[in-house]
Design a protein around this ligand. Structure first.
Ligand code: NDP
Length: 335
């Protein structure tokens, strides 16, 4: 028998509607009790459409409710810090969307607030929950391709019309780097098991985004062990397929169609014996993340990505942005 987990949703967002409501309900003894929106009308509609018994425009209605054990924060990025700190002070466990915050100081404040309150802080970097990436990690760990030499990440797609809002309009909270490249960074940290030491980047803008917001990027990074990594990311490339390629001294591992929210991805290994497909048994990425988070809340495990993971990914993303803005190579410091 599990302890029940009562949930409050902070943010009547698209990602909550599309993925997280279902993922919470897929967990044993987990119930969504309330949803916060800054708009009464949006909150009411979200609650009705998703079968949630209450909605509110006052965060305290959720934070003072003794039946709420955990909150999922998926508001616009500039609110993640203040809402996480308030939830931690109220003793709630927190699954926060990425980017964990917009700045390093805010992210550190969030980690400290959750640490002091003794609550779980997780950041929803979902790609490390993809079964294909997890299989790839196992093969890298087992040394199947020998010494790692270089990695390429392909994460270009066309931003759907419905998402062409703050992502392309907001110079503070929007832009490809903090929205999408940060997921590539987290995936690389997970797969390689370390942080890059140096980054360089060039961005594009103006195809979809405006006001100085980037909608395309090429990044190069150096990881420990002299491993070179390249990322291509974009909001403006239709018909592209996300993927990764890991080049080792004895072989190559190729992941195809593995950079989305879907339970998808095919893995291939190429070496002196030829090319073979490695079987992958897929699971829903968000169900996996919510299972890990629920276990952590019940004191039996760690979230898939912790607050510290969110902070490291943010620090690297900000170094990439600095490089794109200055045209210089930037040394990465993880606080
Ligand atoms: P949305 O734009 O759907 O939601 C963000 C906020 O915008 C909501 O909290 C809502 O405010 C407000 N909002 C929604 N619709 C309207 C509207 N019609 N008019 C005015 N405001 C509106 O964003 P996403 O769901 O795409 O992203 C939310 C967060 O989740 C971000 O931090 C993003 O980075 C992250 N994300 C993570 C993903 C992942 O797979 N890990 C995938 C997608 C996003 P209110 O709550 O006040 O109603």
């Amino acid at each position: 028998m599990n302890n029940p987990i009562g949930w409050g949703l902070i943010g009547a967002s698209n990602v909550a509607r599309q993925w997280i409501v279902d993922a919470i309900r897929a967990q044993p003894d987990s119930q969504i009790l309330n949803v916060l929106s800054s708009s009464e009308e949006r909150g009411a509609r979200f609650a009705t459409e998703n079968g949630i018994p209450a909605y509110t425009t006052d965060i305290d209605a959720i934070l003072t409710d003794g039946n709420v054990d955990a909150v999922y924060i998926s508001t616009a990025n500039q609110f993640h810090c203040s809402q996480t700190c308030a939830a931690a002070s109220a003793g709630k466990n927190i699954l926060c969307e990425k980017p964990v915050a917009l700045g390093i100081d805010d992210a550190r404040k969030m980690i400290a607030a959750c640490h002091d309150a003794g609550v779980v802080l997780a950041v929803n970097h979902h790609l490390r929950c993809n079964a294909m990436h997890q299989k790839l990690w196992q093969l890298l760990q087992a040394g199947e391709i020998g010494r790692l030499n270089a990695v390429r990440v392909f994460h270009a797609n066309f931003l759907p019309q419905a998402l062409q809002g703050w992502r392309i309009n907001d110079p503070n909270g929007g832009g490809l780097i903090l929205d999408s490249t940060i997921h590539d960074i987290d995936t690389l940290r997970f797969l390689i098991g370390s942080n890059p030491t140096h980054v360089m980047a060039m961005t594009q803008g103006g195809r979809l985004a405006h006001d100085g917001v980037e909608d395309g990027i090429m990044v190069i990074m150096r990881f420990p062990g002299d491993v070179l990594v390249q990322i291509h990311g974009s909001y403006t490339v239709p018909f592209s397929e996300g993927g990764v390629e890991f080049y080792g001294s004895n072989g190559v591992l190729i992941g195809r169609d593995c950079m989305s929210q879907r339970a998808a991805g095919r893995l291939f290994m190429r070496n002196a014996d030829g090319e073979k497909e490695i079987p992958v048994h897929h699971h829903n990425l968000y169900h996996y993340a919510l299972a890990a988070f629920s276990n952590a809340v019940r004191g039996t495990g760690q979230p898939a990505a912790t607050g510290e993971d969110g902070l490291a990914a943010l620090a690297i993303a900000l170094a990439i942005r600095e490089s794109a803005l200055t045209g210089r190579q930037v040394e990465v410091e993880i606080p």
